[in-house]
Every structure is written in structure tokens, then in C-alpha cells.
Design a protein around this ligand. Structure first.
Ligand code: NAP
Ligand code: FER
Length: 339
């Protein structure tokens, strides 16, 4: 075991886009596991768009980080030493932990990961928080019916790529929206989306949508907001459902544009627009994760991960989310299991 422990702190609150100065890397001793605690070595950590919200000095569903606080998020790690009855050395676990090489945490903060069921990194992606977000947001909020046209923005990301495939499994015609030709091919050739729009190749989203969804849009799973969402609102059908999952196009803005938007559409269509948080569905996580796991193992649900190597590169991986550098789930690989 190494004798030094690197960890990231929030160095300052970003204005607009965060940059490398938002983060501070410090070194300390590897902590010891106290009574009831488990020493965990980080193998993978997750970088997620919601972390931008935690960098802001504003109360929200995600409590803000204070300047100087350790950054934290979803981690998959390996137990090095355990003073808790539920875990022993060598176990693979997940939890909401610090961006660090090692952490000592109380056992109740950890959940076991079964390495025989799926690659352990999936506990942060398709079989973790993003997969469950797609599952509940699509099935419970967007409510896809067979034959519906379903549009998914952020279609090639961790949540969107799963959400679109779930709509396909429900017999829908699925149109993804993503920011490159590579992502368009990923969606249509690898994931079975019926159509995909490269929004970076056009300014005319409305025309692109009327070509890709000529019968209009029955359900919209929105990960991005902004002008893409404005365009989709112009194509909603009567009784459409809009599941507002995320608004990443707005996360780095200090003020959000307001004014008359596309709400007249909602009167014409009697569409329903509903925001949701994955945590609202927590009592039902176990079954959702089991079903997602079965779909992955059966080959019905495919997934991609973009893995950045090295804890020191976690800020770069996080910043890349806002530039569309990831395909599928963005992870940071910190160490190899069993080394
Ligand atoms: P992700 O989609 O894997 O990564 C973010 C993607 O957003 C990028 O790859 C990029 O792809 C796209 N993007 C970035 N800036 C954009 C912009 N200005 N306009 C259009 N697209 C942009 O991230 P994720 O983890 O799956 O999260 C997706 C969304 O779901 C986020 O908004 C997140 O906040 C939300 N979310 C919500 C919940 C919930 O409980 N409500 C839970 C998890 C995640 P392109 O190349 O296509 O631009
Ligand atoms: C959660 C609820 C929501 C959570 C993440 C989110 C990490 C993400 C929301 C977003 O990206 O908008 O419990 O756990």
C-alpha cells in the first residue's frame, strides 16, 4: 500500500465554466480505519454533471460544497482493511466517497458490488445512478407507448444512451440528439436508435427534427435544455410527455435566459412537462438495478464507458462533460483491482 494519499478539494467557486483552478490536489497520509470503519482504495470514480451544481453557493437538491471541502461522488473501490462486520479485505464496494486514493469510512456508507455479475465499473454507470435515472425517467415519467416517437437529448451520454434503448425495448421509434458524427453512428449503428441528429452540424434544429421525427414527438427525455429543447417543444404531439432530467446546456451559465418561450405549445398539445430526481425512486432501486443487470447480461442493453486514467486527471474528465468529450459514461480509473 502506498504511504501517501492524494485527494482533491474545491479550491474556489467557478464563475461560468469551471477550469483546472477550480480544483486543488493535496497529499496527506493514508488514513487508518477506526472502529466500525473500512479503509477503501479507490478503483474508479465517477464525474457527473450534477457536481457543477454543488460548486455553486446555492441550496438545491445537492448540498453545496464549501470552498476547501473535499470533492466527492460515486466511487467503486476495494476494501483494504475492515473493522465492520459486513465487509472484508478484497471486497468490492461502492459509495459516495471523496476523490482520493484512499478513504476511511463507516461501513454503513458502503454497498457491496458483485464482481461476478458485471464489470465493476458499471456500478457507476449503466447499473448505477445514471442507469437508474434513465430507467425511472423513461418508464415512469416519459411513459413510452409502443409506436411512440421518443426524442432523447444528450442521447450518447451515460443517461441518454440507456434511456433511448429502454424506449426502443418498449417498441418506440427513438431519435437521439448528440454533438458529433461519431456519436450519431454510436446511437444508430451500435445502440439501435432509429435516427440521430448531430446538433453540432446544424443551426436549424427544427428542420432537423421534422426530418428525423416527421410524425411529431410523443415523449421527450431532456438531458440538456436550451435551444435543442425549444426546438423539440415545437414538435410535441397532443398528450406528449416531457421528462426533464437535466439541463446541462445551462449549468455553466450565471443567469438563465427567461422570457416568453414555447409554452403555448403546451396548451395546444395538452403536453405534460415533469422534472424528476432519481432519488425520488430510491425505494425501488433494487428491482430497477436487477432488471438493468439482466438486460445488460442478455445483450438487450448496451453501454459504453469513456475511461480517463489517473486520479490527477479527474478535473479534466469532469470538464470534458461540458465539451461532449465522453461517449457513454465518463469514469476515472484510479487503480487496478488487486494490485
Ligand atoms: P452525459 O450525458 O454522459 O455527459 C454530458 C453530455 O452532455 C456531454 O457528453 C455532451 O454531449 C452533452 N452536453 C454538454 N454540454 C451541452 C450543451 N451545451 N448542449 C447540448 N449538449 C451538451 O452526462 P449524464 O451523467 O448522462 O447526465 C445527463 C444529464 O442528466 C445531465 O443534465 C445531468 O445533470 C442529468 N441527470 C439528472 C439526474 C436526475 O436525477 N434528474 C440524474 C443523473 C443525471 P454532446 O457531445 O452530445 O454535446
Ligand atoms: C441524486 C439525485 C440527482 C443524485 C444525483 C442527481 C448522486 C443528479 C441530478 C442531476 O444531474 O441533475 O440522488 O445522486
Amino acid at each position: 500500500m502506498a504511504d501517501s494519499n492524494r485527494q482533491f478539494l474545491l479550491a474556489k467557486r467557478p464563475e461560468g465554466k469551471p477550469d483546472p483552478d477550480t480544483f486543488e490536489l493535496i497529499e496527506a497520509d493514508v488514513p487508518a480505519a477506526g472502529p466500525g470503519e473500512v479503509l477503501v482504495r479507490t478503483l474508479y470514480l465517477s464525474v457527473d454533471p450534477y457536481m457543477r451544481g454543488r460548486m455553486r453557493d446555492r441550496e438545491s437538491y445537492a448540498e453545496p460544497w464549501a470552498v476547501g471541502d473535499p470533492l466527492r461522488g460515486g466511487v467503486v473501490g476495494e476494501v483494504v482493511e475492515s473493522n465492520h462486520g459486513a465487509f472484508e479485505a478484497g471486497d468490492v464496494v461502492t459509495g459516495n466517497l471523496r476523490w482520493a486514493d484512499y478513504v476511511a469510512v463507516e461501513g454503513h456508507e458502503l454497498h457491496p458490488v458483485d464482481p461476478d455479475l458485471a464489470p465493476i465499473s458499471t456500478a457507476l454507470g449503466v447499473l448505477g445512478m445514471p442507469g437508474r435515472t434513465a430507467y425511472f425517467g423513461m418508464l415512469e415519467v416519459a411513459e413510452p407507448d409502443p409506436g411512440d416517437t421518443v426524442v432523447v437529448s444528450g442521447g450518447a451520454g451515460a443517461v441518454g444512451s440507456v434511456a433511448g434503448q429502454i424506449a426502443r425495448m418498449n417498441g418506440c421509434r427513438v431519435v437521439g440528439v448528440a454533438g458529433s458524427e461519431e456519436k450519431v453512428s454510436f446511437l444508430t449503428d451500435e445502440l439501435g436508435f432509429d435516427e440521430a441528429i448531430n446538433y453540432a452540424a446544424t443551426d436549424d434544429y427544427r428542420t432537423a427534427l421534422s426530418e428525423a421525427a416527421p410524425d411529431g414527438v410523443d415523449a421527450y427525455f431532456d438531458n440538456v435544455g436550451g435551444p435543442i429543447t425549444d426546438a423539440v417543444f415545437s414538435h410535441l404531439n397532443v398528450d406528449a410527455r416531457v421528462a426533464v432530467c437535466g439541463q446541462i446546456a445551462l449549468y455553466n451559465r450565471e443567469s438563465v435566459p427567461t422570457g416568453p418561450r414555447k409554452l403555448g405549445t403546451l396548451i395546444e398539445t395538452r403536453a405534460r412537462v415533469e422534472g424528476f430526481l432519481v432519488s425520488d425512486f430510491e425505494p425501488r432501486f433494487r428491482r430497477a438495478t436487477e432488471r438493468l443487470g439482466r438486460w445488460v447480461r442478455g445483450g438487450d442493453l448496451r453501454y459504453r464507458e469513456t475511461v480517463t486514467d489517473g486520479l490527477e486527471n479527474a478535473p479534466e474528465a469532469f470538464l470534458g462533460l461540458f465539451e461532449g468529450e465522453n461517449v457513454g459514461k465518463q469514469l476515472v480509473k484510479v487503480a487496478e483491482r488487486g494490485e
